[in-house]
Design a protein around this ligand. Structure first.
Ligand SMILES: CC(C)(COP(=O)(O)OP(=O)(O)OC[C@H]1O[C@@H](n2cnc3c(N)ncnc32)[C@H](O)[C@@H]1OP(=O)(O)O)[C@@H](O)C(=O)NCCC(=O)NCCS
Length: 165
């Protein structure tokens, strides 16, 4: 996509980031969450590092990616869980792929060795995106949580960096 730029997320992006998050949740296949958090909640639960947005040539935010730690145990210090969301109007144009590639580069530079995510099996776009970006399917967690009153499976994905020993 022409004119697309990846840059760090800043507090001034909050409204767009949360609106894009909300649109993803409203689609019904993005997350067990059903309502978007406040900015304060988002800010408190995502790592300060490795929060990125994709902007177009007018500066409009089209999508974002962010990570959270998976554990407080030192052995897992290099293992993060990520979320990636793209404005419905900007999907299918490579925005998420650019965000993921930038996230992979940034996390590898920070010596983070594994990125993981849980994806609903019905989320074919996310499964395709992650497969293309080098994630593998660890397995399928069966009926692991309820979403709008219905038990749902989750596909656990991970990407182990090949450059961090
Ligand atoms: C999943 C999501 C982030 C993909 O964003 P996107 O910007 O449309 O994805 P891209 O255009 O970068 O596509 C990346 C790859 O996935 C493939 N893909 C994207 N959407 C697809 C779909 N609906 N069906 C099949 N493949 C698809 C693309 O073909 C592309 O592969 P290619 O490079 O070989 O062409 C977007 O659909 C979204 O925001 N969904 C709601 C939130 C969500 O589910 N987030 C993930 C939570 S785990």
């Amino acid at each position: 996509m022409n004119g697309l730029l990846i840059r760090p997320m800043v507090a001034a992006d909050a409204d767009r980031v949360l609106a894009i998050y909300r649109a993803g949740l409203d689609g019904g296949d993005a997350s067990f969450e059903t309502v978007a958090p406040t900015w304060a909640e988002f800010d408190a639960t995502r790592s300060a590092a490795h929060r990125l947005v994709a902007v177009d040539d007018t500066g409009a935010v089209l999508g974002w990616v962010a990570v959270s730690p998976t554990s407080t145990r030192p052995v897992y210090a290099g293992v993060v869980e990520h979320s990636v969301y793209v404005d419905p109007a900007a999907r299918g144009r490579g925005v998420a792929r650019l965000l993921l590639d930038a996230l992979i580069a940034a996390t590898e530079a920070a010596r983070i060795w594994t990125i993981q995510s849980g994806v609903f099996p019905e989320n074919v776009a996310s499964l395709a995106l992650h497969a293309r970006a080098g994630f593998r399917v660890v397995g399928v967690r069966e009926r692991v949580g309820r979403h709008h009153g219905r038990w749902r499976d989750v596909v656990l994905l991970e990407r182990r960096s090949a450059v961090i020993d």
